[in-house]
Design a protein around this ligand. Structure first.
Ligand code: PAF
Length: 278
């Protein structure tokens, strides 16, 4: 497995393989890898001949007062996991090779980014779009794999790829959960015992909502109110509970197949998200 630190080195590695007719898949991550990331690697291996995992905690997608400094990091463990799971190259650029001191170009998606996580984290998706575009320009992948847990991120990246004509296919892998239902996230490592228990409120709220839908409930306001109650009872500070169209992210009044139920809440000081497509 090759470890690559510079954009030019990454491009050269990919171009060499593509000259031999190889298809490259990119798995963008911020590291502190868990089984969710490894499922993206497995999917990437099915879709391409070479898998590049990117390890970069992107400063521009964290707002002031967010957890950029506290975001968990363990590069040695990540590299070992990558080696053992068949990653061909890890791109781990230093901050200063991704963002030059006078960096002044950003990519802002201007419709889907104003809602859900974008409403409470202004500038977050501008940072995500900017870094994902840069990672695509460094890795030069034919396909990139993202996790369903970040449903809004996927909708926005698909829009960016469409609107800016990136020649990259976007593939989505299902959310991977702990046995008790908690969606896997690098941030789970920051939960203390009480917050870990509270965190189960997110998946519980989604499960109850899916059951209510299966039982015939269609009134999204009633279902969302119940989801909030479930999360608050678990001890979470709710950011949002929403029922939206999965592509446009616009709220829907009536639940239907394909509707995205999305939640965000704080367990202790840790912000977690989860979702479920009906
Ligand atoms: O989903 C993530 O981990 C990040 O938002 C991403 C796509 C790696 C960009 O930094």
């Amino acid at each position: 497995m090759k470890t690559i630190a510079t954009p030019a080195g990454m491009q050269a590695w990919s171009r060499d393989r593509q000259a031999d007719g190889k298809r490259i898949a990119c798995v963008p991550t911020m590291g502190f890898l868990h089984d969710g990331h490894l499922s993206l690697v497995r999917r990437a291996r099915e879709l391409a001949d070479g898998v590049v995992l990117t390890l970069f905690v992107n400063p521009t997608q964290f707002g002031p007062g967010e957890d950029f400094a506290a975001y968990p990091r363990d590069a040695a463990r990540d590299l070992d996991l990558c080696r053992r799971h068949g990653v061909d190259a890890v791109f781990m650029p230093a901050d200063e090779s991704m963002y030059l001191p006078d960096h002044s170009i950003y990519i802002a998606e201007e419709s889907l980014s104003g809602t859900l996580c974008g409403a409470s984290r202004p500038g977050h998706f501008r940072g995500v779009c900017t870094v994902v575009a840069k990672l695509f320009n460094c890795v030069l992948p034919q396909v990139a794999v993202f996790g369903q847990k970040d449903a809004q991120q996927i909708a926005i990246i698909r829009r960016m790829v469409r609107d800016l004509n990136f020649p990259v296919e976007i593939a989505v892998a299902p959310t991977v959960r702990e046995p008790d239902g908690l969606a896997m996230s690098s941030r789970n490592a920051r939960l203390d015992a009480d917050s870990r228990k509270s965190a189960l409120g997110l998946s519980r709220a989604l499960r109850e909502a899916a059951c209510a839908y299966a039982a015939g409930t269609r009134d999204s306001a009633a279902v969302l109110a119940q989801m909030r109650t479930t999360m608050e009872r678990a001890g979470l500070r709710v950011d949002y509970a929403a029922a939206v169209d999965a592509l446009t992210l616009k709220p829907v009044a009536a639940l239907a197949d394909g509707v995205l139920l999305a939640v965000a809440a704080f367990a202790g000081g840790v912000r977690l998200i989860d979702n479920q497509v009906l």
